[in-house]
Design a protein around this ligand. Sequence first.
Ligand code: LLP
Length: 434
Amino acid sequence: PLTAQVNGQDHLEVGGCDVTELVQQFGSPLYVVDEETLRTTCRQYRDAFKQYYPGESQVLYASKAWSCLAICAIAASEGLGIDVVSGGELYTALQARVSPDKLYFHGNNKSVAELEFAVESGCNIVVDNWLELQTLAGMPAKETPIRILLRLTPGIECHTHEYIRTGHLDSKFGFDPNQLDEVFTFVSQQPTLNCAGLHAHIGSQIFELQPHQDLAGVMVQWLTKAAGYGLSIQELNIGGGLGIRYTESDDPPSIDAWVKVISEAIAAACQAQNIALPKLLSEPGRSLVGPTCITAYTIGSQKTVPDIRTYVTVDGGMSDNPRPITYQSVYRAVVANKMSAAMSETVAIAGKHCESGDILIKEASLPQTEPGDTLVVMGTGAYNYSMASNYNRLPRPAAVLVRAGEANLILQRETYQDLIRQDRLPERLSGLTA
Ligand code: LLP
């Protein structure tokens, strides 16, 4: 899916830019986002819903995957709304000039300040629990009621890493479906709340279509039930979750297949229950940005433990990509300045952090490498920058947006000054270091 090719110098090119030259210009580690792929993917989602869903639809980009001004702005310019989960993500999307009516604010413990900020901004609020529902209901009435959606736990299991499953009953997210009566009754009595939709999300990096099809059926039942309480629910938001291909052995369904299954299941269930089609919302994160980005590193030291393993070390690691150490995620790598060299060895690609588990790829097939080579890890657009840290006080990397041979900085590399920007040295300590 990347607009990538190998140029005459045997170097990897993404979006018409030689990755090795990008590293010379912007330094490493460097996130490189392919704008064309990002835009194409946004359109694929949008067009697929237009094609398969007979009613209205709206795709929201789940910005937890990567929240920054440029990516929010691109998603919005392709007609997408944005899903945000914190005051910080909401602020970012608003600063990217995304229209508030296309913003959906999630989260299972929004603070009062966050809720006030959300109400003030005019965005949609996806209410997760009783405390939040009561807080919103208790706010002074505005000119127009606060537009909310209710997040419900669907009780659907799916096969993915336990940390990223959310649909099963024993989940911290959403109202327990056994409390639907109380929730619907309460909401129907609140003149200051406009309950416009229902939401559910079953998990992430999911390769099966069946759980999403089941979810569609469950949600339409909720819709019918809500009508019994006099609630006129116009929107169903089915969350995100479509998995992507990190390595050759991954075989996720296409965006088209995912959208088709969900659209048809919702439409069929509505027809069976004889109710009007709701507006169908979805919130892809990983599948929208994941494949659109690579991370370029510079190779440094190497260590061979005879008969066991060779470690090839790069100038980043778990601080710019915490997914391998957190979820045992597997990635694929290439050497950007030796694209057609024969593979010569299987090595471990290690990060530079003071932590043995800081291994980006346990087994990577690479050509002979040497210090200074550019190592590229593929598919790093989702949950990399957004989960990045300053562990060991590494500055966060820069990110560039590439398109037709042009590269624009979208995230500046942090400096050492940035690292101590929030540090304060109490007066009584300053003498100690003089
Ligand atoms: N909507 C809701 C309510 C969510 O909780 C999520 C992801 C999404 C949408 C987007 O799901 P996606 O399309 O990206 O699968 N840090 C983990 C992933 C956490 C996902 C959290 N929720 C990882 O790196 O794998």
